[in-house]
Design a protein around this ligand. Structure first.
Ligand SMILES: Nc1nc2c(CCc3ccccc3)c3nc[nH]c3cc2c(=O)[nH]1
Ligand SMILES: [Zn+2]
Length: 373
């Protein structure tokens, strides 16, 4: 158990839990949504704005930062927290997932993954040991094991082979991570949508022992139904006294369903990325601000929202600046979406604490119109 890192469940409602992850850099209220700051920035947001939305922790990417500006440079400048002016907890992914989705000329062996940078074609090698070294250089508070997330479609045999290599990499990650008080190492469950393989992965990770456990291998195009089918059993296979992190999820209704099934932490680029394309997420559903019907609308995105976009700007203005390609469009839409996601998480935490999650979820779905509003 890493001292300076701990998880306390404060209340439960069915499979759902609400609690706090204590880190040396501050507390993380769970269930938590973690904004993604891929290259050392949550795009179009200042760190203090990210904090103002209610975020307790944000995410960084080993893959992107190792290529540019390099982990060594960030370490020499005082680490990622200082570099990006965020003094609260940071979780970094281990890089394998991004290599497989972004790099070219990849060669995977038992040792690790050799690849060429998608930025300048330079050659790199990521192994469990190198990934641990990079995440240590960055100074992240929660480190992810180096794993492989198999691309879909994949046969059971391919998923089993990949999962078993990820479990060997998890042991190597644990060994390389060493004993770092105040820093946590999370294992990542693999096994696709096959229950027996998920069980095998959970047993392997639990035997090694981690400060938290992620459910990996999902949100890769399997669809919500298949994802929920796995989440109906996978979180329960993991130690209940440790945080459970569902990687890469998701849309608001994905998040609600994952929390109902026992997930404590989630991340997704959706609120920031879709905000930059003009997509607003609200209590009533989605608004595509590019749609001409907003050009004369003096109302905010959501009358009940207290974010800067909804307090001070109309849909007509947001439509205009989006169409004009103005930078403020990305700023305001991103801020609203991240604010809405954090409001949703606060609502879930309060509902679980009050033993009224079922009512909250029913109200969540009842409010949401189908399609654009
Ligand atoms: N290491 C790893 N990452 C995944 C991510 C990225 C999450 C991430 C973490 C931190 C920063 C950015 C992205 C996934 N995103 C969608 N599905 C995902 C699955 C996996 C996975 O199985 N393993
Ligand atoms: Zn708003």
């Amino acid at each position: 158990m890493a001292t300076g890192f701990g998880f306390t469940v404060q209340a439960t409602d069915g499979k759902a839990r609400t609690g706090v992850i204590e880190t040396t850099r501050g507390a993380v209220r769970t269930p938590a949504f973690m904004p993604v700051g891929t290259a050392g920035t949550v795009k179009a947001m200042l760190p203090e704005s990210v904090r103002a939305t209610g975020a307790d922790i944000l995410l960084g990417n080993t893959y992107h930062l190792m290529l540019r500006p390099t982990a060594e440079r960030i370490a020499a400048l005082g680490g990622l927290h200082k570099f990006m002016n965020w003094d609260r907890p940071i979780l970094t992914d281990s890089g394998g997932f991004q290599v497989m989705s972004l790099a070219s000329l990849r060669k995977m062996t038992e040792e690790g993954v050799r690849f060429s940078s998608h930025i300048d074609g330079s050659k790199h090698m990521l192994t469990p040991e190198r990934s641990m070294e990079i995440q240590k250089l960055l100074g992240s508070d929660i480190v992810m094991c180096f794993d492989e997330c198999p691309a879909l479609p994949a046969t059971d045999a391919e998923v089993a082979k990949s999962m078993r290599m990820s479990m060997r990499w998890a042991q190597r990650s644990r060994d390389a991570f060493g004993d770092r008080p105040g820093h946590a190492l999370f294992g990542i469950m693999q096994g696709g949508v096959t229950r027996a393989l998920r069980e095998e992965s959970a047993e392997a990770l639990t035997a090694i022992g981690f400060d938290g456990y992620a459910v990996g291998g999902l949100a890769v195009g399997e669809g919500q139904e298949a994802m929920f089918d796995v989440l109906n059993y996978a979180p329960g296979m993991l130690p209940e006294d440790k945080p459970r992190y569902l990687m890469g999820v998701g849309k608001p209704d994905d998040i609600v369903g994952a929390v109902e099934r026992g997930i404590d932490m989630m991340d997704c680029v959706l609120p920031s990325r879709s905000g930059r394309t003009g997509q607003a997420w609200t209590r009533m559903g989605q608004i595509n601000i590019k749609n001409a019907r907003h050009q004369n609308d003096p109302r905010p995105l959501d009358e009940a929202c207290t974010c800067p976009a909804c307090r001070n700007y109309s849909r007509a203005y947001l439509h205009h600046v989006n169409k004009a390609g103005e930078i403020i469009a990305s700023m305001l839409m991103t801020w609203h979406n991240l604010h809405y996601y954090q409001e949703l998480m606060q609502g879930l935490r309060d509902a679980i604490a009050g033993g009224r999650l079922a009512a909250f979820v029913a109200d969540f779905h009842a409010k949401r119109a189908q399609g654009d509003i």
